[in-house]
Design a protein. Sequence first.
Length: 232
Amino acid sequence: MLLGIIGAMEIEVARLKEAMEDTRIVTKASMEFFEGTLNGCRVVVVQAGIGKVNAACCTQVMIDTFGVDCVINTGIAGSLKAEINIGDIVLATDAVEHDMDVAVFGYGPGHIPGMNELSFRADESLRNIAKEACLKVNPEIEVFEGRVVTGDQFISGKEKKNWLTETFDGYCTEMEGAAIAHAAHLNKIPFLIVRAISDKADDSATMDYPTFEAQAAKHCVRLIMEMAARLG
């Protein structure tokens, strides 16, 4: 098993890199891919950068260069549901690109022309492993399973938040997951998106995000390290 782990920001992958053994660094597309062992599992860990283009490019390079068996996208997100609180974890059932809009040609919100699917389905077995791992290492928080909605936007207003919830039944919103899911889907590679909640994606988001991003990222790191142990 060779596990690919992608985070958008350094805070999301720094601890994983520190915990790796037998590490070598490969630079591709201006990104540093750390290849080695994490808790007994062969892994490639990379900071992709923020946004869908960085995320998709990173995923394709990871697949082509290293031949990973599956991809996990770890990071933080804004909650779209009242019951999902800051610090909680969302495991993706599927992912949608919410800012895809070609309604003028008769497509519904998020539907990509030429694709049969509105959303990209995450791997159920990876999600089950992640859920068990999270319950073990993060017993103080709740774990939710649902749709991740992705766009090149930081959501910080109730009107847009309500639209995402009503249109897509999204559980959380962020800026990379569906792009990684899209690339994995095209390559027929199993994937999972793991998101810890840093804010409520509403008028308080710009205040909550810098306060809670480190706390949320720690929950993801614990989960990923436990997943690596189980998959290894």
